[in-house]
Write a protein that binds this ligand. Structure first.
Ligand code: GDP
Ligand code: IMO
Ligand code: MG
Length: 420
């Protein structure tokens, strides 16, 4: 079992980037399998902060192969900007990073369509990151996509122009003004940069390396509750963010998957619209937002904050087959006399422990636990953590039946406790 998967169990931003970077030394390949520049994965080390959108979070490790998988949607303009922001040379990047020929491209028209669709939705806006994700996956499923491997063909420009005509025709039906030229210049510069990279059938590359005994970490984007099938539809993203998505998004068999690491915050956040049963619209929510710097890594929007939601966490564990839990941001929860955990819901006066379908109104039922007040960011041993935090972790383990084997106590790579 040479493939492990790391993914978010909540509504995204669980700290996936930080943890992928921290555990990358144990792998040879780090691969993104879905999503695109809607993701914002933050890494901190040596007092420098990087936010990655498309590039896998293993990129800062010299001897690793990073793969942008076939399941990702790639915006060449964002790709170019991102590569220029990393402090790595083009030579270093082309050595470390490979792109799947099957990766679908986000076209300038997709970004504009994303904005036009959102603009046309009154109070049912999804809160899209406006990066063109939905329209790009729509064209992929509709068999109208342009793929990375095609940028190397002689009729690429004609294929692009054809798609542009289609997008402009759709946009005629929307009362929305835009300037496509604004996007196009940077987009074509990104295409030229992409040509310097290896664009190959990464499914062969991966499977050959795995057969030769190499190890791969598949890095999820977004979170399980944003999955297009199992999230709070329609307030979701347009890809399968769950462990099964790693198989389709990279071309690997589920038989080769070993561990599924599920990351969750000690509390919950959500950015964008949609149901959030434990949301705190009060002082406690504001404290979590300020202390946890809960502002979007991609859009800068304030994240909605709330208590840990165990029925949602159990659902995510079930769908993904999580084998180990990693808990982040426990340092942000320091300072409360009491912390609350939602253990079930009330639906029409009845207790329920399942995520209901659709718009069913639910209310959280809480269990209160004693909080912890210590500054824990300097601690590096699990046994040194405050007793009440260890009891909080034990409560989660007892409720979910899955061990919490890593606790993150700050944003830096070093601020990570692996439980022996
Ligand atoms: P991702 O999308 O899952 O990679 O997460 P984001 O990077 O969007 O958001 C997580 C934020 O929390 C980033 O600013 C991280 O630097 C930060 N972070 C990650 N783990 C911890 C932690 O344990 N404690 C604190 N205080 N911040 C953390
Ligand atoms: P990472 O990988 C948090 C949310 C958006 C919106 C919905 C649909 O950093 O955890 P989209 O642009 O995909 O059409 O937006 O999904 N969303 C995220 N929220 N973290 C993310 O990624 C997200 N990617 C998309 O806010 O509600
Ligand atoms: Mg993020």
């Amino acid at each position: 079992m040479n493939i492990d998967i790391l993914l978010g169990l909540q509504w995204g931003d669980e700290g996936k980037g930080k943890i992928v970077d921290a555990i990358s030394p144990g792998y040879d390949i780090i691969a993104r399998f879905q999503g695109g520049p809607n993701a914002g994965h933050t890494l901190e080390f040596n007092n420098i902060k990087h936010v990655l959108h498309l590039i896998p979070s293993g990129i800062f490790h010299r001897d690793k192969i990073n793969i942008i998988g076939n399941g990702v949607v790639l915006d060449p303009a964002v790709f170019k900007k991102e590569t220029e922001s990393l402090g790595l040379t083009v030579e270093e990047l082309t050595e470390r990073l490979v792109i799947s020929a099957r990766t679908n491209l986000i076209l300038p028209g997709h970004r504009i369509l994303d904005a036009a669709y959102e603009n046309s939705k009154g109070n049912t806006k999804i809160g899209s990151t406006l990066k063109g994700i939905g329209p790009a996956y729509t064209d992929k499923a509709g068999r109208n996509g342009l793929r990375a491997g095609e940028i190397l063909t002689s009729n690429f420009r004609d294929m692009y122009d054809e798609r542009l005509r289609d997008h402009l025709a759709i946009l005629k039906g929307y009362d929305f003004s835009f300037d496509i030229a604004e996007y196009e210049a940077g987009w074509f510069e990104g295409i030229e940069l992409m040509k310097k990279f290896r664009i190959v059938n990464t499914e062969y590359l991966i499977n050959n390396l795995i057969s030769a005994g190499k190890r791969m970490l598949a890095e999820g984007a977004q979170g399980t509750m944003l999955d297009v099938d199992f999230g709070s539809y329609p307030f979701v993203t347009s890809s399968n963010t769950i462990s099964a998505g790693a198989c389709t998004g990279l071309g690997v068999s589920p038989k080769k998957v070993g561990e599924v690491f599920g990351i969750f915050k000690a509390y919950c956040t959500r950015v964008g619209s949609g149901p959030f049963p434990t949301e705190l619209n009060d002082q406690t929510g504001s404290i979590l937002r300020e202390k946890g710097h809960e502002f979007g890594s991609t859009t800068g929007r304030p994240r909605r904050c709330g208590w840990l939601d165990l029925p949602a966490l159990k659902y995510a564990i079930m769908i993904n087959g999580v084998t180990r839990l990693f808990m982040t941001k426990s340092d942000v929860m320091s300072g409360f006399d009491t912390v609350r955990v939602c253990t079930s819901y009330l639906s029409g006066g009845e207790k329920c422990e399942e995520i209901p379908f659709g718009k069913t109104e639910i209310e959280p039922v809480y269990t209160d636990l004693p909080g912890w007040k210590e500054d824990i960011s300097r601690l590096r041993e699990f046994g040194d953590l405050p007793l009440n935090l260890r009891n909080y972790i034990k409560f989660v383990e007892d409720q979910t039946g899955i061990p919490v084997t890593m606790v993150s106590v700050g944003p830096d790579r070093e601020e990570t406790i692996f439980r022996k």
